[in-house]
Design a protein around this ligand. Sequence first.
Ligand SMILES: *[C@@H]1O[C@H](CO)[C@@H](O)[C@H](O)[C@H]1NC(C)=O
Ligand SMILES: *[C@@H]1O[C@H](CO)[C@@H](O)[C@H](O)[C@H]1NC(C)=O
Ligand SMILES: *[C@@H]1O[C@H](CO)[C@@H](O)[C@H](O)[C@H]1NC(C)=O
Ligand SMILES: *[C@@H]1O[C@H](CO)[C@@H](O)[C@H](O)[C@H]1NC(C)=O
Length: 238
Amino acid sequence: MPIMFDGIQIGVLAAYVVLFVPDWSKNRKVKGCDFENLGSGDVKDLLNGSWVVVAGDSQARLLVQSLLSLILNEKRMGMIMKDLFKRHNDYEIVVDDIGMKLDFFWAPYMVNLTNLMVGFKQNRTYPDVLVIGARLWHMLHVNNASDYDIALENLRSSVVSLLPFLPELSTDGPVTGSVSVRSPHLFWLGMSMLINEMLNTKEKREKRNDQIWHAYYGALHNNRILRSYGGPLLLLEI
Ligand SMILES: *[C@@H]1O[C@H](CO)[C@@H](O)[C@H](O)[C@H]1NC(C)=O
Ligand SMILES: *[C@@H]1O[C@H](CO)[C@@H](O)[C@H](O)[C@H]1NC(C)=O
Ligand SMILES: *[C@@H]1O[C@H](CO)[C@@H](O)[C@H](O)[C@H]1NC(C)=O
Ligand SMILES: *[C@@H]1O[C@H](CO)[C@@H](O)[C@H](O)[C@H]1NC(C)=O
């Protein structure tokens, strides 16, 4: 399997994999691939000195947990869990030994993510690694895939506009000259499958059914927000 991502992307991907496919290392397809060899030390090296921002719904919060558990020891992890999982709250942590700052922004609706992008632009501060994703609340409270598609489009514009320059989107050929461009690593957190029987309310079971799930999946996968459509965000999905 070719490795198409650079270092930091692999690190974040590793975190994703560890979370969502707990038995991934037992999977024979993964065995032959270099992801298997990524450990805590690699992830620390890759994220050394970075500002990491994760924003979205509870799935994004779980990604933070997964990422931090690759970096922090068990004792420190135990100490932060309560704050990290404070319901509907933001969270921030600085990991001194690798000079990494991580911010989690609770952003359950698409518009919350769009507003966050506007905030970056206004503040003129851009994270090195950005992982965003929101869907569950839209599914439950709006329950309309066409509306989700429009929300994705608005978000896409806000992501693109905050980037001063995106070399990989340029159609003018290779970048020349000596200007060095610091390009952030941007990800979209893909849709995990929902186990319908496990949803805890009748409303959730009705509104997050297979048909709706597929409609939302279609909206996301046909949207120009993803790299596969020339967009800015690399999809994290197994
Ligand atoms: C992080 O990077 C700094 C500067 O490049 C280096 O001195 C330090 O040892 C690195 N820390 C880790 C944990 O890799
Ligand atoms: C997200 O957006 C909704 C709808 O506009 C708003 O009510 C809510 O306060 C926002 N939440 C956050 C965390 O910004
Ligand atoms: C922008 O700056 C304000 C004030 O420092 C801060 O509260 C806010 O979280 C920042 N927004 C982003 C998206 O970084
Ligand atoms: C779904 O959203 C679209 C776009 O916002 C809107 O035109 C349409 O009326 C909505 N459908 C329903 C059933 O609310």
